[in-house]
Each structure stands twice: as structure tokens, then as C-alpha cells.
Design a protein around this ligand. Sequence first.
Ligand code: PEP
Ligand code: MG
Length: 753
Amino acid sequence: MPSSLTDLTALVDSIARTQDPEAMMQTIVERLSELMDADVCSLYLCNPQQDTLILAATQGLSSNAVGQVRLNLNEGLVGHIAASLSTLNIADAPSDDRFVYIPETHEQSYRSFMGVPLIYLRKLIGVLVVQDRDQNRYSDEEEAFLITVASQLAGTLHLLQSSGSWMQQPETLPYKRFKGIKSAGGIGIGRLWVIDPHMTLDQVTPGINSDPVEEKAEFHEAIEWLAQDLEKRSGKMGHHLPGDLNALFGVYQMMLKSPELVNGVEARIDQGDSAAWALRQVIEQMAGVFAESDDPYLKARSEDITNIGQRLLNELLQHERQVIETPDEPLVLTGELVNITHLAEFPLQRIHGIVCTSGSALSHTSILANALGIPAVMGVEALDPDRYRGQRIIVDGNRGECIINPPEVLCREYRRMIADEKRFIKGLERLRNEPAESLDGFRVKLLTNTGLLADASPGLERGAEGVGLYRSEIPFMIHQSFPTEEEQLRIYQKVLNAYAPLPVSMRTLDIGGDKQLPYFEMNEENPYLGWRGIRFTLDNTQLLVTQIRAMLRANIGNNNLQLLVPMVSRVDEMSTFRGHVEKAVNDLIKEGHAVHMPQIGMMIEVPSAMLLMPKLAPWVDYVSIGSNDLTQYLLAVDRNNPRVSALFDHLHPAIVSALIYIQTQCQALNLPVSVCGEMASDPVAVLVLMAMGYQSISLSAYNIPRIKLLIRSVERTELLPLLEEAEKCSHEDEIRALFKPIVDKALSQQTGS
Ligand code: PEP
Ligand code: MG
């Protein structure tokens, strides 16, 4: 404690020379933290009514919290000092029962805490606090110094405090619109509530541990606590969730207990890393596998891993056990990544929207938001949530934008749209068990695309008639080594079980291209034209056979498995594949398993497969068109390169011709055909496909009701002449223009507008 009376006099002098109240308060906290060598020094002042303490200045806590943090007298440690008019000096503040964590302050990493009341003429005017990262009680000398400072400053601060001139007026910021990615449809209006990430994983710096045993124990404690918390929250939300959507929490549980995470962190702690630093490295490695994918679905899975890592970090830092007091009015939860567990912290009826500054439309937050009917916009990169804390915000999930500080006239217009939307959704519920059949009797089967186990239930909830595409590479990507036959068996069983007797088209491993496995390195110059899909699995026969065996065994008792082969470009690929399946069936029967031959399908993604259809037909039972890759390979447009993204369109005239050709071939060859890929979620494309005669499509679950409504609202006969016109078009925009008015009419009729 180096500070002396001279220091104190200098401090009081410098304050006396400061005119501006804000600068004066800032000088106090800055100089004091310097003098006491404290990580944090904060000044709380009573409002003139003497009923609330407001954070007036801070050195060390988030500056955004100034003016925002308001405590009742008796609330938290600061409130306790105010109520008891006595000094508090404790070594570990977060473990004190009176501690209340205030998210705005970002005070998670501070342990030691000392606060003294500021009293002038027997009246409380505020509280002065110092905090440090180390877990030590402040010395008697330091305590005496702070008490002396407080008594010296009280006289100066009293005039300021009673005038109220230091209190920040809430800033009224101008009306502003931000663009993002459409994530969950609908419109919501509420106050912007910032979800603070506390310390983010990427803020964790390299650290070493002095006691690996203790560090590991803390890590396990964090896992246990979080697992129980997830369990509790899932129970709490379960009442509000349609059906089995609670399983989303199961995904978190699975990741939380995965050996990759647990063993990975332990190994690094053993090497000397701190638990937080070990956690950051392992989570980044796991998330990186997904993040590098250019497939938006797989990319979205990295968010789940990062979310769980963030929660674990918070728990390691001991700051999750807060009770958040929400104001009464509707809230729009806003943050970098608002995750499932954040949602569970608020009464659902209060959440009128979600806005994330990162994230994608296929994240679990989107799935949940869709299921709960909460409008959501992701990837609003330009928005700084901190700047707009507490402001009114409109979330327009239909357009993928949000509006801050909207004028009243705009709010009225949006409220009218909310009422229209409610009527629209009511109409869709009615259709859940109705067939997707046009007014003139053209029936389209609506299947769903899925990957992680937990994504299965939204499809069932929305009346999916089976799974058109199960992306089996996903379980492989969250492992640290190839999953065994038994591990795969358990996963596939759950999916087949959930849908039985409805068909499930399980695609064999579509690894390669940008989808890399952490445990199997492939460095290729041109990965999209390289070792991908069936090429990779045929060359790694043991992997393919293991997967086929697991799928066949999972089908026992379910009888709804179909095997789908990705990236087919040659006839011998299908004939060899069929041979492997037949052999696996025979082997398994010999081993005593009651398996039988499933239907075998091929994906048409590579143009050569399209042109070889008659030669491929003897080896396949059905066809599934992967419109994403077919577009990429037919147009020679990288599906992930933003420079050429304007050229990527599944309604390009060449794709339209190809789709007509495939449909005609399938009819002639008597092969059932379905379209998966993003095309099946695009209303205009769906009408084009119907006109071509496609009777089965597979799409993400949340698009099913709207697409069903569209199909049920049109007459196929009115689409046929439009397709004839479309065949003459040279540009995709002309094709869109032909069908767009029908989409608009069909979808607007339902709203009654
Ligand atoms: C496709 O290519 O359209 C498809 C559905 O497969 P993926 O998106 O998984 O490559
Ligand atoms: Mg594909």
C-alpha cells in the first residue's frame, strides 16, 4: 500500500480544480485505482430522491454500464454498504450470498471487493468501491486509506450528488435500420435487451495453472453444474415447446459430455494450461471444423459448440448463477449469439424478438425461434447492441432487418402487420395434417432435410412426410475419430425410430470438398473436383462398410431406411456400392441380425450422373436431386464464392432445362424422384418444379407450412403455360417474373390482406 497522505492531498486538489462533473468523477476513480493499484475503482452516487444508487463513474468496469446500473439500497454488496452504512472488505465477492451479478458491468473476473459509504452530515451520498482479480482481503492499511479518501471526498461530492446534474439523461438516438439474415419469420416490437457474453472465449489469454488437480476439479464442477442447469431449463421450456423440440437441449448435453471436449481440456490442463485457456483451445478446434464448411447448415453447428464453450467459461468464472430481473415490457434479446439457454432465462411471453450480430439462418437458435414463433434476425453485423441498450426496436424477421427507435407512425404500421401475421399463422396450423395438394389435385410429398438428431422433431411437428435427406456426415464431424459401428448404430436408430414408419433417406458420408474431418487430413488443390462423397468412401471401404452395417442394423424393427449415395458421377460407383450393401446384408444375416435390403437411391449433383441415367437405372431404386451442387457443377459457379454468388441461381435457364430432362428420364425409367437442396424452399422454384411434374421435395422443417400453403393455393394447370414460356427465357430473372405474381397472390390470400 504505497499511498500516502501526500497522494491523498494531491488527489483532493486535482478534483477541486475540475469543473465538469463527469470529468471530476472520472478523475476520482482513475486516480484512486492508480493509487491503490486496484483493477477496478467505481463510484456509485445516490439519486436526489435517495432511493437508488447509480453507477456514476468507473475505472475498470465496462464504461457502457455508467448511468445504466441502478441498485436499490440493500441490493447487492454495494446496496448492503449503503443500507448498513459500514465498510465491506471481502476476499471473494462472487461467493458472497449478497452478491448480485450485474451483466452490464462485465465484472466477472474480480474477486476481492472493498467498499465504503460516502457520508456527508450523516446523510449517505454514495459508495466508493475497489475490486481486484486476486482473491485476497484488502489490508487494514488499504481499508483505512479508502475510508479516509471517502471522508475527504464526501464534502466535494455532496453538492454534485444533491444537484443531480451528474445523472446522464438517457440518450435518444436517431431512427436507424439494420439489415441482417432472415432467420425466423414474423414481426416483434420491444425494448432492446443486451445479452452480455461476459468474458468471451476469444478474450481468454494463455494462462498456466499451478495445480492441475484443482483446475480439473473446477472444470468438472463447471460441466456438472451446466449439465444440471440445462436439464432444469429444458424442463422449464418444455411446457412451451411443441413436442420433442426439447431435444435441442440434448444436443448441448451431448456436446458437453463428449470425450473430445472433456479429454481434450484435461490433456491441456495436464500440460500446464489454465482451465479457461485449455477450454478456449479445444472449443476453437471443435468449432473450427464446422466453421470452415461452406455449407450453411454445417457452419451453423459450430455455433452450438461455441455456445456451450461460452457457457462453460462463464461457469468456470462463476458468473452464471445470476437472477436476471427483466422489466415488464416486451423484450428483444440482442447479442452476438443469443443461445437456447439465454432464452430459457426469460419468460417466453416477454421475448418478442431475437437479434444476433453473428450467426446464420440454420443455427439452433433459429430452429427454436421458428418453433416458438419468435421473429429473429441473424448476422446484423453493423449493429452495436451496447449503443442501443434499452431503446425501442422492431424486429422484422420476414425481411431480415431491424429498426431502432422507430417513429410512432411506423410502429403503428408494424402493429397492423403483426395482426395480419397472426391471422396468417392461424390459417397454417389448420393445414398441418392436410396434404400438400394443388387445387386441381396435384399431390406433392413434403419431406424434410435433417442432420443432427435433435433436428428431427421440428420436421415431425410440421407434418413432414419423412426425411428426404439425412446428412450423416454431421455426427462424424463432431467426433475426434471415426465413430464406431456401435456409436453410429445408436445415432441412426434414434432418427429412424423418430420417423418410423415414414421413410428416412440416409445419405452415406459426404465428406471432402470443404467438409473436412479433424482426424483425416486431405489437402487438395481443387477439393470440389476431388476426393468427395462416394469417391472418398469407396476408396476407404472399411468406413463405408461400417456405416452401411450400422444403418442396416438400425433399420431392424423400423423398416423405413433408404440409402442415398452422394456425388455419383460414374456407373461403376453405383454398381460397386450396391455390391457392398448386398454383401453387408448377407454378412449381417450370417451374424444373426434380421436385416434386409433397403432401397438404394443416388443423388444427382454431378452433370455426368444426369447424362448417364439410363445406364445407372439398373443400380438404383430412386433419385434425389441435390440442386445446390447440381447448380454449382452445371454453371461452374462455386457455391461459396461471394464474387460469383450473383451467378449462382437454381432457376438459371440451363438448370431449368436439366431439371426437365431429369424428370422426363425418371418417368421413362420408372424411378421415383425428389428434389432436396435450397431450391425446395424457394416458393417460385417450387411452382416451377410442380409444373415440371415433380411430386416430392425435401426442405428444412420450418419452410414446410408456407410451401404447403402455396401448393394448396394454386392450380397446376395454370402453371403449365408459364413453364412453356420459361423454357424460352434466356435469363433467370425472366423466369422468376413469370411465376412471382402467383406466389404473391397465393400467400397474400391467406392473410386476408
Ligand atoms: C445439394 O447439393 O443440393 C445437397 C442437398 O447436398 P449438400 O448441400 O449437402 O451438398
Ligand atoms: Mg451436395
